[in-house]
Structures are given as structure tokens and as C-alpha cells.
Design a protein around this ligand. Structure first.
Ligand code: HEM
Length: 468
């Protein structure tokens, strides 16, 4: 089958480059072969064609469950190791559509907004755990915030031993798969050897077992206390999934529940934590950006309705630019051609696997002039199509948590900026690096330099004191 050109190195070498230096690998392929190229990572899965031109992305993402393309599930073996086979990631066609319908509502509209106060409270709580003058790795509090938010939203777990154990084990599991050596476990089957509890794979599977045990215990407890499920008091996703029934009146099995919960935890935790860490970096790296954000935040009462903060234009632009310049997800999931398709001049035969390269799409000079520059204003100056700016992918597999992640980013950042003064301590050589299945900043530290209050907060407190 004729495919676009691409590197000729053996697939093992291409895999090594993809795992260890994905950014220079993609840039060099783009320089040599242009807007579409073929890479070969694993003979078992065949070649993968990368596209980054908005026209090609539009065709792929508007036809990805139609005549031209399918969006197969279970393509990503690496993800399956974490989320199992009964996950929305693994489904295709009608089953995929049903799973999305079931999972979508809590991440949108009223239900999503009901998490606003919670996100602010958790952010404030976590940041208060750091004392003024104490340097800390910037990623740490962002991970804690995103994990606590997701545990609360997904499981409705607030505190207690099971919550703490889950927080602990999930943190370890995700940290484990985020460093490049352990990440190779996910990509290279021959690395998956259980050589005892201290070997990388041994540690991974034992940790996964501990998490599964906790999730199954939580499911069993909820099944025992069915009344709680029906009293309408709980708004977490586990409650919702447990009450869902298909046309035959069947509910989800324990394994189905486990896999979907794990999917949301894996998909929602590391991605959001990484985006928040990058945002903190840019905001504190560029004093002008921080200044403008503070001015914008001063214009609203910090305790106002979260949806007011959600709509602040400059905050929105900073979050978008954060996700543009170094996108957390480098690629969309794979799509496969169903029939012969011609995309930006290249003809693909049925059965060709393609992916949208978010990383390269966000670096196109004609769309984003000076793409290496962090310039939020570009998002105020013009509107980008969903095929030019696509940090959450698109089409039938577009990120299910997109609105939730954007909501959480804006609320967490506005809370941090208006309540805490932070500074970078050692951020001179921060660069983008692979973190397991996603990409993020190399480690850097921050310090709390004191407690900041916005003038309108000070005014409000003064008024409250006078009226008391
Ligand atoms: C900044 C944070 C996030 C980023 C950058 C991100 C990015 C992405 C991307 C690129 C995809 C693939 C889309 C495609 O193939 O077209 C995806 C899929 C997905 N994301 Fe996110 N995501 C984020 C946060 C979240 C959150 C908070 C959740 C849920 C709690 C979530 C749940 C999912 C799920 C379930 C899928 C699979 C959808 C499907 O297969 O139908 N993500 N995400």
C-alpha cells in the first residue's frame, strides 16, 4: 500500500525516538517530509500516518464515524493496561456512543458547575499546606488538586481511609508511568516481566491490584447501601453510573464500573495537573501576564459565581495559550480509513491508520505566528477553528472532560492568583518532556512568598468588619 514518506529507520529505533525524544522526532519528520508522514513504531500495529494540516484534520475529525473513517477502540494497548477493556477508550461504534452518553452529563452544564465551590475549596486547602518561604515542586500541589477534584467528582469520596489510600496509590501509579523508563513498560511488551515487587512491572501490577481492590470495595459498599444511590443527594459519577440501566434494564457490572472509573481517573488527573503546572510556569515566568491576570481578577468579586470567573477573557486566553504552546496530549487517538480517501493531496487506501498531530498543528507559523512565543493575546485577536487549535482532539472521540478541565483550570488558577503570592525559584531550563502517555514540563520549583489578597477582598473584609 502506498503511504506518505517517513523515516526509514527500523521500527525499534523509531519507537525509541518516539518514547524518548518525541518532539524533535516529530519536528524533524515535519521538516523532512512535510504535513503528512508515516512512522512505524511497532510491526504488530502497522504504520501510522501523521496529519497536521487543518484541512486534513477537518476531514478526519468530521468523518471519523462515517463512510470515510472509523474510530476504533482498544487501539491503545498502553491505555488498556491502565483502564481495562470495558472502558470508553476501548469501545467503538454504537457501544462507544452509548458509553459517552452515560459518562458525559456530569462533565457539563449544571452538574459540572456544581463542582465550582469544591474546586476553589480544594485549591485553597492544598495551597495552604505550603508554608511561606518553603520551596516546593510546582507539579506536586497541582497533582494533589486535580486528584482530589477528580476523586471527589468521580467517586464522591471526601475523606477517610479509602480516599487517602486511593489518593496515595493512584499518585504512585501515575508517577510511575510518567517517567520515561517506566513509561516504556506501557509501550514495549517485552519489558512487562514480573521480576518481583521491586521490578518496574512488578511494582506497576501490584499497585494496580491495590487500586482495583479499593475500587471494588467502594462499589460493593455502594451496592449494599442502595438507598443512598436513590436519595438524590449524591452527585458523583459512580452513583450515576450505578443507577444507569440499558434498554433491557441491565445495570453495569462491577468490572464495567471499575474500568470506566479508572478511565476517568487516568484521563482526567494527569492531563489537568500538567496543564495547571504549565500555566503556573508561564504566568510566573512572564510578569506582564501575571499583572494582567491580577487586574482582570480584581474586576470581579472573588467569591462570585464560578461561571463569572469561567468567562474572564484574559484568563481564558492564558489557559488556551498554555494548551497550545505545549499541548499535554501530542496526538489524537488513531482513526482508520474505511474507504479510499484523499487528504491534502495524498490518497490513502482502506485500512490505513492515521492520527491528528496536535503538537505540529499548534506550531504552524501561518496559523500561529511566532509559535514558540507564549502570547495569550493571539486568542483575543482572532478565533481559531477546531482544526487549527485542538488540545482536546475532536470528532466522535473528542475529550469527554474538555469543559470540566477548562472549568477546573480557570477556577484553580484564579483561586491561586488571587489568594497566594508565588514565585519561581529555579525555572531557567524548563522544557517540554514526555510524561508517560502525555507530555509536560521538566520539574521546577516555586515558593510561596506570602499571602496575597486582592483589593476587592480587602474591601469586602473591611465592610464585613464594620457591619459586625
Ligand atoms: C487539560 C486536560 C485534558 C486534555 C488536554 C485532554 C485531552 C484529550 C485528548 C487529546 C483526547 C483524545 C481525543 C481524540 O482522539 O480526538 C481525550 C480523550 C478523552 N478524555 Fe481528555 N483531556 C483532558 C482532561 C480530561 C478530563 C478532566 C477527563 C475526565 C474526567 C477526560 C476524559 C477523557 C476521555 C474519557 C477521553 C476518551 C474519549 C473517547 O474515547 O470517546 N479528559 N482527551
Amino acid at each position: 500500500m502506498a503511504l506518505p514518506q517517513g523515516p526509514r529507520a527500523p521500527s525499534a529505533l523509531q519507537m525509541l525516538q518516539w518514547v524518548t525524544t518525541p518532539f524533535s522526532f516529530m519536528r524533524s519528520c515535519h521538516r523532512k517530509y512535510g504535513d503528512h508522514f508515516t512512522i512505524r513504531l511497532n510491526p504488530r500495529f502497522g504504520p501510522l500516518v501523521f496529519f497536521s494540516h487543518p484541512e486534513a484534520l477537518q476531514v478526519i475529525l468530521t468523518n471519523d464515524d462515517a463512510e470515510l473513517f472509523e474510530s476504533p477502540g482498544s487501539f491503545n494497548v498502553a491505555l488498556e493496561l491502565l483502564t481495562g477493556t470495558q472502558s470508553v477508550f476501548a469501545f467503538s461504534g454504537e457501544r462507544h456512543r452509548r458509553a459517552r452518553q452515560l459518562l458525559m452529563p456530569p462533565f457539563h452544564g449544571e452538574r459540572m458547575r456544581s463542582y465550582g465551590e469544591l474546586i476553589r475549596d480544594i485549591t485553597e486547602q492544598v495551597m495552604n499546606e505550603y508554608q511561606p518561604g518553603q520551596a516546593f515542586p510546582a507539579r506536586k500541589p497541582m497533582q494533589t488538586i486535580s486528584l482530589r477534584v477528580i476523586l471527589r467528582a468521580v467517586f464522591g469520596l471526601v475523606d477517610g481511609s479509602r480516599y487517602r489510600q486511593l489518593e496515595n496509590h493512584l499518585g504512585t501509579l501515575l508517577d510511575g508511568v510518567s517517567n520515561p523508563i517506566s513509561a516504556s513498560l506501557l509501550f514495549v511488551p517485552s519489558m512487562r516481566q514480573d521480576l518481583g515487587p521491586h521490578s518496574p512491572w512488578g511494582r506497576f501490577i501490584r499497585n494496580r491490584q491495590r487500586i482495583d481492590k479499593l475500587i471494588y470495595e467502594e462499589i460493593a459498599d455502594r451496592r449494599k447501601n442502595r438507598d443512598d444511590l436513590n436519595d438524590g443527594q449524591r452527585n458523583d459519577i459512580l452513583t450515576l453510573l450505578m443507577s444507569a440501566r440499558d434498554e433491557a434494564g441491565e445495570g453495569l457490572s462491577d468490572v464495567e464500573l471499575r474500568d470506566e472509573l479508572m478511565t476517568l481517573l487516568i484521563a482526567g488527573h494527569e492531563t489537568t495537573a500538567t496543564a495547571l503546572t504549565w500555566a503556573l510556569y508561564w504566568i510566573h515566568r512572564l510578569p506582564g501576564v501575571r499583572e494582567r491576570l491580577l487586574q482582570e481578577l480584581e474586576s470581579v468579586d472573588h467569591n462570585s459565581d464560578p461561571s463569572v470567573v469561567f468567562k474572564l477573557p484574559y484568563l481564558n486566553a492564558v489557559c488556551s495559550e498554555t494548551l497550545r504552546i505545549y499541548p499535554v496530549a501530542l496526538l489524537t487517538f488513531a482513526r482508520v480509513t474505511r474507504s479510499r480517501v484523499t487528504l491534502t493531496g495524498v490518497t490513502l487506501e482502506p485500512g490505513t491508520t492515521v492520527t491528528g498531530c496536535i503538537y505540529l498543528a499548534h506550531r504552524r507559523k501561518e496559523v500561529f505566528p511566532d509559535p514558540e512565543e507564549f502570547r495569550p493575546d493571539r486568542f483575543l485577536e482572532r478565533h481559531y477553528s477546531p482544526y487549527e487549535f485542538l488540545p482536546f482532539g475532536g470528532g466522535v472521540r473528542r475529550c469527554l472532560g474538555m469543559a470540566f478541565a477548562q472549568f477546573e483550570m480557570r477556577l484553580a488558577l484564579s483561586t491561586i492568583l488571587s489568594r497566594f503570592d508565588l514565585a519561581l525559584t529555579d525555572a531557567h531550563n524548563v522544557r517540554q518532556q514526555r510524561r508517560g502517555l502525555v507530555s509536560g514540563p521538566s520539574p521546577f520549583k516555586m515558593v510561596r512568598t506570602g499571602r496575597a489578597r486582592l483589593p476587592n477582598d480587602v474591601e469586602r473584609l473591611a465592610k464585613e468588619q464594620v457591619s459586625q
